[in-house]
Design a protein around this ligand. Structure first.
Ligand code: CA
Ligand code: CA
Ligand code: CA
Ligand code: CA
Length: 419
């Protein structure tokens, strides 16, 4: 439920509220996509803070285009902590993703003058959150016409948010083992809205199952597809769907647990022998930041993971350099991202312990209770790579269903089922 906390002094919410948001409940959207925004700059401005306030209060997914300037100049809304910011990548009109590039390696047919704007935010938070196609996008055009030359983050953003829409439909069908009310009648009610999870959970589910581009470290001379260009990659609802049928989500916390200065949330995850990947995603909604502050965060929640042998991982450690986490390091307290991931390759069998903690709450992140505390979305998934091609079973089934069919619909390719 929308928890009204305050309205920005700069803009009354009626100016900039999610389009279509209707407190009377006749429309009840679960997401909005914005390929527009205010003047591009590299800073967390009052517009960024206003958007954070809107999202904190109304708890709706909003996707925001980063912009098309090839530098950090971006829509201020894209720097908001609680938004889904979308950058751009050129697919180069080929099906394979191995030639995809943030840079512009092609002649300028259907390619904008500059590449997509990128992150990180001024306080080093990872942005954008996702990327998607920037060039040669086929779509409807003004009037009753068609174009095969649409592009920019104005294309990447609605593509990404459309995938969020599919996620919400899957959730409403109880696809992830989540509870949905059998009393909801789609003939008379908007069950997708009635059943919707928190926006943080939607973002966490999509990031946890995204398709990330391999990249060559964060430092020059390899600037292409770094984390600050691709974010957490391409939304992949194919993998997301198979994760649901294969019961590969081991934990989904939809803002039901709380942390504060003394209380930590901890969960045991059993990983079977031979697993290919263990992926842990934390997303929390943070109250609007202060544009004058050097960092946008208000509360600092930290994600940790302890292996059965005692190795300790912290959120986002190692993920600026590659798509797999590294143990060691320190809590994510320099950049203070509100999205923290730990992705472990070949995690090893046993009990893994996931922890969410904070050293203190600066402003109430869970306004349903008077105490100073914070809630969060937490998603944990485990997948295998039974055919040894360095891609998880869910991905193979979703993207190569002819080669890797899954006839009994259990998330394991036929070729790997025990006889
Ligand atoms: Ca391609
Ligand atoms: Ca509270
Ligand atoms: Ca595989
Ligand atoms: Ca199967």
């Amino acid at each position: 439920m929308a928890h009204i906390r305050r309205v920005s002094t700069l803009f009354d919410c009626t100016d900039v509220c999610p389009e279509g948001y209707d407190p009377l409940g006749s429309i009840d959207p679960v997401f909005q996509t914005n390929s527009w925004g205010f003047f591009e700059n590299p800073y967390y401005t009052t517009d960024s803070a206003t958007m954070d306030d809107i999202l904190f209060q109304y708890d709706i997914t909003i996707c925001q285009s980063q912009a098309n300037f090839g530098v950090k100049a971006s829509r201020p809304q894209a720097w908001a902590k609680n938004i889904v910011a979308v950058g751009g990548v050129n697919h180069r009109d080929t099906l394979t993703t191995t030639d995809d590039s943030w840079l512009h390696p092609d002649p300028p047919e259907c390619v904008l003058q500059l590449p997509a704007s990128h992150g990180p935010a001024e306080d080093n938070r990872i942005k954008p959150d996702f990327t998607h196609f920037f060039d040669e996008v086929s779509t409807t055009d003004n009037g009753n016409t068609f174009t095969d030359c649409f592009g920019g983050t104005s294309a990447a953003t609605p593509i990404t948010c459309g995938y969020f829409g599919l996620f919400y439909q899957m959730w409403s069908a109880g696809h992830f083992g989540n509870f949905v009310s059998p009393a909801c009648d789609p003939q008379i009610m908007n069950c997708v809205f009635e059943h919707r999870p928190h926006m943080t959970t939607a973002k966490a589910m999509m990031i946890n199952t995204s398709r990330m581009y391999v990249f060559a470290g964060q430092f020059p001379p390899n600037p292409d597809l770094t984390r600050d260009k691709q974010g957490w990659g391409l939304a992949d609802v194919g993998k997301l769907y198979v994760h649901g049928v294969g019961d590969k989500f081991k934990l989904i916390i939809d803002e039901t647990d709380l942390v504060d200065a003394v209380q930590t949330a901890a969960y045991l995850i059993t990983v079977d022998a031979g697993a290919y990947e263990l992926k842990v995603t934390l997303v929390y909604a943070d109250p609007m930041g202060d544009p004058k502050a050097t960092r946008a965060f208000i509360n600092d929640l930290n994600l940790a993971l302890r292996s059965p042998s005692g190795a300790l991982y912290w959120g986002n450690t190692g993920l600026l350099d590659a798509n797999w986490s590294q143990p060691g390091g320190a809590p994510n307290s320099i950049a203070v991202d509100t999205v923290e991931n730990i992705f472990v390759q070949s995690p090893g069998a046993g009990q893994w312990k996931v922890g969410v903690s904070t050293k203190g709450i600066n402003e109430d992140g869970h306004v349903e209770t008077p105490a100073l505390d914070a809630d969060f979305a937490l998603v944990v998934s485990v997948d295998f790579d039974c055919n040894g091609n360095l891609s998880p079973d869910s991905f193979d089934i979703a993207h190569f269903p002819t080669t890797w069919p899954d006839s009994n619909n259990n998330g394991v390719p036929d070729a790997c089922e025990s006889p």
